[in-house]
Ligand binder design. Sequence first.
Ligand code: CP
Length: 313
Amino acid sequence: MAWNKKHLLDIQSLGADEIVTVLDTARAFKAVGERAIKKVPALRGKTVVNLFVEPSTRTRISFELAAQRLTADVVNFTAEASSLKKGETLKDTARNLEALNADFIVMRHSASGAPHFLSRFLRSSVINAGDGAHEHPTQALLDAFTIREKRGKIQGLNVTILGDILYSRVARSNIWALTKLGARVTLCGPATLVPRVFEKMGCRVTYNVEEAIADADVINLLRIQHERQRKTMFPSIGEYTSLFGLTKARLARTKPDALIMHPGPINRGVEIDSEIADSARSVILDQVTNGLAVRMAVLFLINGGQGPQGVTA
Ligand code: CP
């Protein structure tokens, strides 16, 4: 199926068929990554600029590697060492990158809507690598890929997202993706961080963690995003862990095959017990591995690739 999107700004505006095309294309790219020669020339002559104006480990490095595996030229923009520090606007910065013939601008920004703003005037393709508390589309795609890979399907699964939902772009993108693909999504956390307005997105909201995890096929844990919270949302980290953390006692009351997921970075001993994060039940590092194939698929499809059969061409 052709993927007729110039940008990837969010999951909200994608159809289920477009999400499935990314997942199928990523599966082909994962196979490419297991070959002796892991590179394909799909983006030869193209330039990808990673415009990260907020910290990142996983997303920035996997977009860089994804572009390299597709034989693109890659430039990593470091906000701290850029003319943003001298007062240059985001718009001027992006237009200068375009003047240097950037074909793709992969952007992370603390302001919700920043990639949508760039997409309105740039000729380059814009890929959202996380905008404020709004969306993180490639994280949701790699999460969906990992669930489908491990469980064989997404339709009909019970997925619980546990933690700071209010400030989480990962939660919003996951809710859009998983509900479009037919999963039942439950949200749980402190009432201040899980407002009932999320029910309007088709989710179940509960403040009872035991109930939230009991019948879950997937438990996706989110860290507390202090950098976005403007006031104290709960009394203490210790209280959060005792009420909502995935402890060994709580894990014992989950389905034995429930997948334990986390987008990272993990705060060990807060939202997840350190041993659980490293256990066989955890697919946290599989998510990171799959992120590379998913980001290759996104770059490939936006460049006009026909997925997934065209991948090996
Ligand atoms: N999951 C995620 O977005 O991680 P980074 O902030 O390290 O990119």
